[in-house]
Design a protein around this ligand. Structure first.
Ligand code: DQA
Length: 148
């Protein structure tokens, strides 16, 4: 059976490419998803992607992932810094979870220094721009291989 990896994108990431390009770059979300999908395919993984500006939609996607998804890569956007509910949903998911950010939140405003995702993630990739998506999928592939 082919392993599925779910890439989740939170609020405002649908505006990538137009939104604060000096911080987030000029590539749009489709570009990042394509990159992630290519890396996943190289490792024999199938990537599914969902972007939502609504916390509940992301939570329900995590619940559904409990059925048949091997690993989750999540850029929760600003919900990273606020959402206990996303934290709890991810805690109920058994496979590897990788948190990814284009920017490095730790080097930005103090309100970005707390992540509610990090405590339930295997690891965090932040500050590498689009390369972060490649690194996150590489990490997932490695973790799934180790588990096999
Ligand atoms: C972000 C960082 C968050 O602090 C911010 O709210 C975002 C994008 C990133 O990818 O760098 O929306 O997750």
């Amino acid at each position: 059976m082919t392993s599925k990896v779910l890439l989740l994108s939170g609020p405002n990431l649908d505006l990538l490419g137009e939104r604060e390009p000096a911080i987030y770059g000029t590539a749009n979300l489709d570009d990042h998803v394509s990159t992630a999908r290519e890396v996943a395919q190289r490792h024999g993984l199938v990537l599914e992607h969902l972007q939502s500006n609504h916390e509940g939609v992301l939570i329900e996607a995590i619940h559904a992932a409990r059925e048949d998804v091997a690993a989750i890569v999540i850029n929760a956007g600003a919900l990273t810094h606020t959402s206990v509910a996303l934290h709890d949903a991810l805690a109920a998911f058994d496979g590897p979870v990788i948190e990814v950010h284009l920017s490095n939140p730790a080097a930005r405003e103090p309100f970005r220094h707390t992540s509610f995702i990090a405590p339930v993630a295997n690891g965090v990739v932040a500050g590498f721009g689009g390369l972060g998506y490649e690194l996150a999928i590489e990490a997932v592939a490695r973790l799934l291989e180790e588990d096999a």
